[in-house]
Ligand binder design. Structure first.
Ligand SMILES: *[C@@H]1O[C@H](CO)[C@@H](O)[C@H](O)[C@H]1NC(C)=O
Ligand SMILES: *[C@@H]1O[C@H](CO)[C@@H](O)[C@H](O)[C@H]1NC(C)=O
Ligand SMILES: *[C@@H]1O[C@H](CO)[C@@H](O)[C@H](O)[C@H]1NC(C)=O
Ligand SMILES: *[C@@H]1O[C@H](CO)[C@@H](O)[C@H](O)[C@H]1NC(C)=O
Ligand SMILES: [Ca+2]
Length: 523
């Protein structure tokens, strides 16, 4: 019997095993007719399986799946020279909610773990490749439409088309719509609230890469401070000396929060003095730093100011080991790849064949990035009035051990919105949770201690605990659908002990209660 005959025999069997959803799903392939959209593939995925991903050229080739769902892969043209590639995962057990998920870095990569997470939590979930494939900026070169997808259009498009697919499949409109993302995904969510206030009822946008041009400039300046791209620079600090720096920060600042637990609860209270590390005689050594290296360390832990004294970007939080946290700008002596690609391919439009001397990088390039502001990407605007007036709810979080985007930026954005809207507290629609010890978006270990960094913020950060007190996505649902706003969120540590810790909402502070022996939230 040949292959096709086997399928002819088995297909009706699948259909009866999986029930009506199987047929309903496959029927979408010919019935969907959506603006600017080509349906690439439709398949039914049974529970607890695995799917082949659209991985080129990033991410894993397959993704484990939890729910049983209908998978629709599609491509939507956003202009005559640009398109997004996207997927909708439509779970059999659907609670009437729509969820769009975002991207990371300069990607280019469909967030499969978030598709799995969203569909497992019974959301009809949509993700896209952000208008180009891969995590490099080459796709932006000479293609302003691709840049526009990256800066602003892909999330809007995936949500407009995704909602139509949801309606076609389930035979009715969704009830409420949500967004989830972190880092670049956090910026995308913030952009949606500012510019597409109708797209989502609830937005969960963590560790947001807002004030994007300045963020990349800050990273560039940090790298220059430590001598990049030249490892033989006297300011270069090799990874083993960064370990010393991290240990010294802990010894100076761990106790400030009242507990020697290897974690700095409030890095803003840490006035780190790197001079403690200067070698006798001031030369460089194996177990100490030269005066030049100490100056570099001081710059890393200081805010970046412009020529007129204006704040360009808040300082890097003292605490995490920047190497472990993946702040490559500091660890390998190279110029940071995102700043490099953004400047070359989106701002200066330097071709692949030409070179750019990153040894000359400085304030001038930062001003250039700000002035060009490719695709209108900056996302540093406090006017969320339309989103707020439309009843939207916004949750955000930031790790106090984030080695890629300083948590001070999330406080700064909170304050910007409060100032712009003329209200001291944003509690009625916008809440920020600061998470001690957490690295960029998730994970993180300081002084050997894992922070309570799992609270359902992304796929893979929800080890079974999904009550809304412990799961920020469900907390958002409670707020949007039940009017109950989260006062705080409880995180669970990744380590064996599964310790829990309550994360406070800004501007409350996490303060040790010596009698109760627990951190509480204090105004
Ligand atoms: C389809 O594309 C056209 C032009 O490219 C655009 O004006 C229109 O808004 C698009 N429709 C959707 C639903 O994105
Ligand atoms: C909790 O998550 C599991 C999947 O991980 C899901 O089956 C269950 O329904 C969820 N509970 C709620 C309240 O969403
Ligand atoms: C590079 O291209 C972008 C649009 O893709 C444009 O905004 C910018 O002005 C260009 N830069 C230069 C130096 O021409
Ligand atoms: C967290 O919020 C709950 C209400 O949801 C409250 O009962 C509890 O006291 C709060 N915890 C802290 C540490 O503030
Ligand atoms: Ca401590």
């Amino acid at each position: 019997m040949d292959f096709f005959n086997i399928w002819a025999l088995l297909l009706p069997l699948f259909s009866s095993w999986y029930g009506e959803n199987y047929d309903k799903c496959l029927a979408l392939k010919s019935s969907l007719n959506l603006d600017n959209t080509t349906i690439l593939d439709v398949s039914y995925v049974p529970a607890r399986g695995s799917v082949k991903t659209w991985h080129a050229p990033c991410g894993a080739k397959s993704q484990r799946t939890t729910a049983s769902f209908c998978r629709v892969q599609f491509s939507t043209e956003t202009s005559s020279t640009s398109a997004i590639r996207a997927e909708a995962w439509l779970p059999d057990e659907w609670y009437g909610r729509f969820l769009a998920v975002g991207n990371g870095g300069l990607g280019g990569c469909i967030a499969y773990r978030d598709l799995d997470y969203g569909s497992a939590m019974h959301f009809a979930t949509v993700a896209s490749n952000n208008g180009h494939d891969g995590n490099s900026g080459v796709a932006f070169l000479g293609n302003p439409e691709v840049l526009k997808d990256f800066a602003s259009r892909s999330i809007h498009t995936e949500s407009v088309i995704g909602k139509q697919i949801v309606e076609a499949y389930y035979g009715r409109e969704h009830d409420k719509s949500y967004y989830l993302g972190c880092s670049t995904g956090g910026r995308q969510g913030t952009y949606s609230a500012l510019h597409y206030p109708q797209d989502f009822d609830g937005i969960l946008a963590g560790a947001a890469a807002t004030d994007f041009n300045h963020l990349l400039h800050w990273t560039g300046m940090l790298a220059r401070a430590t001598g990049a791209p030249d490892q033989s620079s006297p300011a270069y600090i090799p990874p083993k000396l960064w370990k010393l720096v991290t240990a010294e920060i802990l010894s100076q600042c761990d106790a400030i929060d009242g507990v020697l637990d290897g974690m700095i609860t409030e890095p803003d209270a840490c006035d780190f003095r790197p001079e403690a590390l200067i070698c006798p005689g001031g030369e460089s050594g194996d177990k100490c730093l030269s005066r030049t290296q100490v100056e570099a360390v001081r710059k890393v832990y200081s805010p970046l100011y412009g020529a007129d004294g204006e704040l360009i970007y808040p300082r890097f939080d003292p605490g995490p080991d920047p190497i472990q946290g993946g702040l490559l700008a500091l660890s390998d002596g190279e110029f940071p790849p995102y700043t490099k690609d953004w400047l070359r391919y989106a701002v200066l439009n330097v071709s692949i064949e030409e070179t750019f001397d990153f040894g000359t990088y400085g304030a001038k390039q930062g001003r250039r990035m700000e002035a060009v502001n490719p695709g209108g990407i900056a996302t540093f605007n406090g006017d969320m009035s339309a989103f707020r007036e439309g009843g939207g709810k916004f949750l955000t979080y930031h790790g106090r051990g984030d080695a890629l985007i300083p948590s001070g930026n999330s406080k700064r954005v909170y304050n910007l919105i409060a100032r712009t809207l003329g209200t001291p507290s944003l509690d009625d629609f916008y809440r920020l949770f600061l998470v001690p010890g957490m690295d960029h978006c998730a994970g993180g270990v300081q002084g050997g201690v894992a922070g309570a960094s799992e609270f359902g913020q992304l796929g893979g950060t929800n080890k079974g605990v999904n009550a809304s007190s412990h799961n920020i996505l469900l907390a958002l649902v409670d707020w949007v659908e039940g009017g109950v706003a989260p006062a705080n969120i409880t995180g669970t540590a990744t380590g064996k002990g599964k310790e829990e810790r309550v994360h406070c909402r800004y501007p409350m502070r996490s303060v040790w209660d010596a009698e109760e022996k627990v951190f509480g939230c204090v105004v």
